[in-house]
Ligand binder design. Structure first.
Ligand code: NFE
Ligand code: MG
Length: 542
């Protein structure tokens, strides 16, 4: 048995994830387990409720991507509900303005989420904020950071016994090592400035969402039948103003920073490869074709095995629970069950293992952008080719890596932001047009809502009986990526991407956390948070 290294919890991601790996004598990972540490319960909570509640309740799965759950649940209900007084499903009858408003709401969440991930979750793996102690200029944000770092100084020098005061900048693997944190001083200082600026940028994105969705999180704008808001010139102008600031930030700051990190840490193009199988449901509706596998989407739907593009067949999706803490067998989500069993023999995660055609697929911006690239989406193609050239003519296959995931996320952020400007212009065509179609809820029905969340392919499935939810299942991006080994012995994408990695220092395995963070995990989504041991309400003194 090799050396065991456990990282529990991995910080700077959403929720509670542990990784448990075995190293050989050369410190190379030979076995890896990805462990979701909390029970999910939202699906059980939906049973027997009014189907309309799904739009409200599933948004509570997660504070980062409630918009995506709102979108998936609404598409799900669109496909299960019918246009008032007819038998046609609502899915084919969404008015154009409603469709576009939905795109704007989801797009705002993408931009917020991708900026959040790069700057506030991942960048601290590469950027040494402590170089700001040497900053002598007048930038107020940098001087604030410098003064914050002052909590850990003794005689003007960083004192590693005091760094506990420096969260979220510390604790970190690699300490003060310049072999681990390799960016030059000026780049570290500049990136820290952008870290603070990015907070403000995220605010603009959230506000843009609120213009069309009422508020963020848990918007009320995307509903079965279309959208609740009407179009107005004020809303278009307000959104454009905010979007322009975000586009400038993405072009002048985010993309250059990702390329700068990629240039200095180029070995990470060779670290963290997954299976090379990618799955994308697609997102951002360009028409209202009722069948979601035929609907035209700005981010196209498809699967890529290596560089071979294929068509998605949602019937081929299953979830295995072999090593998950649930009873039951491998099922399609339409028939999925949620039967928790904390003490199940051999099970090591609360995450299920989604599979496509029995095989393991990775989801996320890399999957979306690779499918878009192979489908010939112009905007993506241009940016991917530009990035690969800027990185010394790297081949497309190099994207299957830690840096590939970061680059794809930045590219996705830009193409979505740029397209949002086009949608705003499109709204000026018929501002008085309807945004919503009235509907009936059938006595019995089934639905499917598939879209892409910021972290990748997200699907909701519903069965309605007696006008109530008889079964509801969500198969979530981080479930695809973080799931454990299945009954065929195939490990999940996180596990696959860790195996084969050489760790320089097994006490501070930063290679492993860099790999995991490149996926942008969200365990709240993957599992949903319910405390299994206690039903006691928390008490607060106000
Ligand atoms: Ni909780 Fe989520 C996104 C969804 S991820 S963040 O994006 O759906 O698994
Ligand atoms: Mg599920």
């Amino acid at each position: 048995m090799g050396k065991r290294v456990v990282v529990d919890p991995i910080t700077r991601l959403e929720g509670h994830l542990a990784i448990d790996v075995e190293l050989d004598d050369n410190n190379v990972v030979t076995k890896a387990k990805s462990k979701g540490m909390l029970f999910r319960g939202i699906e059980l909570l939906l049973k027997d409720r009014n189907p309309l509640d799904a739009q409200r309740i599933t948004q509570r799965i997660c504070g980062v991507c409630p918009t995506a759950h709102c979108t998936a649940s609404t598409l799900n209900l669109d496909s299960a509900f019918v246009v008032k007084g007819t038998k046609d499903t609502l899915a084919g009858a969404i008015p154009d303005n409603g469709r576009i408003i939905r795109n704007l709401i989801l797009g705002s969440n993408y931009i917020q989420s991708h900026i959040l991930h790069f700057y506030h979750l991942a960048a601290l793996d590469y950027v040494d904020v402590t170089d700001v102690l040497q900053y002598t200029g007048k930038d107020p944000n940098l001087n604030q950071v410098k003064s914050f770092l002052g909590y850990a100084l003794t005689d003007g020098k960083l004192d590693t016994t005091k760094v506990a005061n420096l969260a979220p900048f510390w604790p970190r693997y690699g300490g003060l090592s310049k072999e681990v944190y390799k960016l030059p001083k000026e780049a570290n200082i500049e990136a820290t400035k952008h870290y603070v600026e990015a907070l403000n940028m995220r605010r603009f994105a959230q506000e843009m969402l609120a213009v069309w969705g009422g508020h963020m999180p848990h918007n009320k704008g995307i509903v079965p039948g279309g959208a609740t808001e009407n179009v107005s010139v004020d809303k278009i102008a307000d959104t454009l103003w905010k979007l322009n600031k975000l586009q400038k930030f993405i072009n002048d700051v985010y993309i250059p920073d990702v390329l700068a990190v990629a240039g200095v840490y180029s070995e990470y193009f060779g670290i963290g490869a997954g299976y090379g199988n990618f799955l994308a449901y697609g997102a951002f509706e360009l028409d209202t074709e009722a069948d979601l596998t035929k609907r035209k989407r700005f981010l196209p739907q498809g699967i890529a095995e290596g560089l071979e593009l294929g068509k998605l067949d949602p019937k081929k999706i299953t979830e295995s629970v072999k090593n998950s803490k649930f009873d039951g067998k491998t099922l399609h989500p339409e028939e999925g069950v949620t039967k928790p069993n904390h003490h199940k023999e051999g099970a090591y995660s609360w995450v299920k293992s989604p599979r496509y055609d029995g095989k393991v697929f990775e989801v996320g911006p890399l999957a979306n952008q690779l499918v878009a690239y192979l489908s010939g989406v112009e905007q993506t193609k241009g940016l991917v080719d530009y990035a690969l050239k800027a990185l010394g003519n790297a081949p497309v296959t190099a994207l299957n890596s830690v840096l590939g995931r970061h680059a794809a996320r930045a590219i996705e952020c830009k193409v979505v932001a740029d397209q949002m400007a086009n949608w705003l212009v499109e709204l000026t065509k018929d501002p008085a047009g309807a945004t919503h179609t009235p509907f009936d809820i059938p006595n019995e029905s089934q639905g499917m809502g598939i879209t892409s969340a910021p972290r990748g392919s997200l699907g909701h499935w519903i069965t309605i009986k007696n006008h109530k939810i008889a079964n509801y299942q969500a198969v979530v991006p981080t479930t695809w990526n973080a799931g454990p080994m299945d009954e065929k012995g195939q490990v999940g994408p996180f596990e696959k991407s860790l195996i084969g990695t050489k760790v320089a220092n097994d006490k501070e395995p930063i290679e492993l956390t860099r790999i995991i963070r490149s996926f942008d995990p969200c365990l709240a989504c993957a599992i949903h948070v319910v405390t299994p041991k206690s039903s006691e309400k928390k008490k607060f003194i106000v």
